[in-house]
Design a protein around this ligand. Structure first.
Ligand code: ADP
Length: 393
């Protein structure tokens, strides 16, 4: 078998992986898999393109990211024994202010990325332990870093800064935006399949467990809802999204909460989970519930998306298109309908039947001035593509 590219997307307790042929520019995965519950009861699920399925527990002795990486190594060696992994491509949440493109990982870059851990304490350390594990498991492979921040680094200064004294901007307290791999993929899909839209003003709504929106002009990011951290902007499964800094001050002074408790509150107990009274962070569960709090959680979610859509359209100076992506964006007709209802003033009118069928084109014929699309994102595909580009360079 030919040379392969392995992609790794390491979260706090999960690891998503996919395998591609290095020479296959079309980017159809040979295998996709994930390991859930790392650290407690890790279990691997994978599917090969030829139909083979793998499902197994990993066992406590191997728990942790190193154990997860060993399980990926075994999966590849068992499933494709003659193959050579030429590159491992990693999703890295933070590349700092200067990194505008993917890069080959070496020790100086590892040091640079480790120094960014205070900017993304909940993600960066897990990403880097994933890299360390992969360096041990695949010592002969090139290791590639793809940054979720890189796509947004060209934003105009007014959309990149906070209104703090300028010294903080110089120290790196900036609006980084995240989900950059997803936006890069959507921009490339627009370039290939909707070139007129790609050249124009488009808002992309990446709505998953994590959620954000990005304004694209000519395929480049000019503004986004996530700021310094991945807690800003839209409400998410368990994260607040945008919140008045006065609330955080109140929690510190009046409720005597420290940094760890506030982190726990704004990252793990808020968003859809908190608004639904603890019912669920999962949109499917909320949609199926008849609890009024579940409905209010969805109403808040859709309401914030509508407000941000107006804000991003203002930053773009108009709107030619809206793209929904991510688990909720791709599959929830209800959320799309609640976002788009009554938005004719901004040129959005969707066809209910097309919406119920998940698109891809939702635009109501003859009415909608802005096109509305549902496109499936492919962050793994971007990881593989970047590895190919760097190996060919
Ligand atoms: P992550 O950010 O973890 O990658 P995903 O992009 O997979 O998340 O999105 C997960 C979200 O998508 C969950 O809230 C889930 O309920 C929602 N979702 C998936 N399928 C559907 C569906 N058919 N209807 C409504 N919501 C859905």
């Amino acid at each position: 078998m030919a040379d392969l590219v392995l992609t790794l997307n390491a979260g706090s307790s999960s690891l998503k992986t996919a395998l591609y042929a290095l020479a296959d520019d079309a980017g159809t995965p040979l295998m996709t898999g994930q390991i859930e519950r790392i650290g407690t009861a890790p279990a691997l699920q994978a599917r090969w393109a030829d139909g083979r399925r793998v499902e197994r527990g990993i066992g406590h002795a191997e728990a942790g990211h190193a154990g997860a990486m060993k399980a990926v190594l075994d999966l590849v060696q068992d499933g494709a024994p003659d193959a050579r992994v030429a590159a491992v491509s990693h999703r890295i949440v933070h590349g700092g202010p200067e990194r505008t493109a993917a890069a080959l990982l070496d020790e100086p870059l590892m040091k640079e990325l480790a120094a960014l851990a205070p900017y993304a304490p909940l993600h960066q350390p897990h990403n880097l332990s994933g890299v360390r594990g992969a360096m041990e498991a695949f010592p002969d492979a090139a290791q590639v870093a793809c940054f979720d921040t890189a796509f947004h680094r060209g934003q105009p200064w007014v959309n990149d800064t906070f209104a703090l004294p300028r010294a903080y901007y110089d120290k790196g307290v900036r609006r980084y935006g995240f989900h950059g791999l997803s936006y890069e993929y959507i921009a490339s899909r627009l370039a290939a399949d909707y070139p007129e839209l790609h050249a124009g003003r488009v808002v992309v709504a990446h709505l998953g467990n994590g959620a954000s929106m990005c304004a694209l002009r000519g395929g480049r990011s000019i503004a986004s809802t996530m700021g310094f951290s991945a807690a800003d902007g839209l409400p998410m499964g368990t994260r607040t999204g945008q919140i008045d800094p006065g609330v955080l001050l109140y929690l510190m002074t009046e409720e005597s909460m420290g940094p760890a408790e506030i982190t726990d509150l704004i990252y793990r107990h808020s968003g859809l989970l908190g608004l639904s009274g603890g019912l669920s962070n999962d949109m499917r569960t909320l949609e199926q519930s008849d609890d009024p709090a579940a409905d209010e959680a969805i109403a808040y979610f859709a309401g914030r998306i509508r407000r941000e859509l107006g804000s991003l359209a203002a930053a773009l100076g108009g709107l030619d298109g809206l793209v929904f992506t991510g688990g909720i964006g791709e599959h929830s007709a209800l959320v799309r309908q609640r976002v788009c209802a009554g938005m004719g003033w901004i040129g959005i009118d969707i066809d209910p039947a097309a919406n119920a069928a998940d698109g891809p084109e939702l635009t109501a014929p003859g009415v909608g001035a802005a096109r509305v699309l549902v496109l499936k994102t492919d962050e793994e595909g971007v990881l593989a593509r970047e590895a190919r580009r760097l190996l060919a360079a």
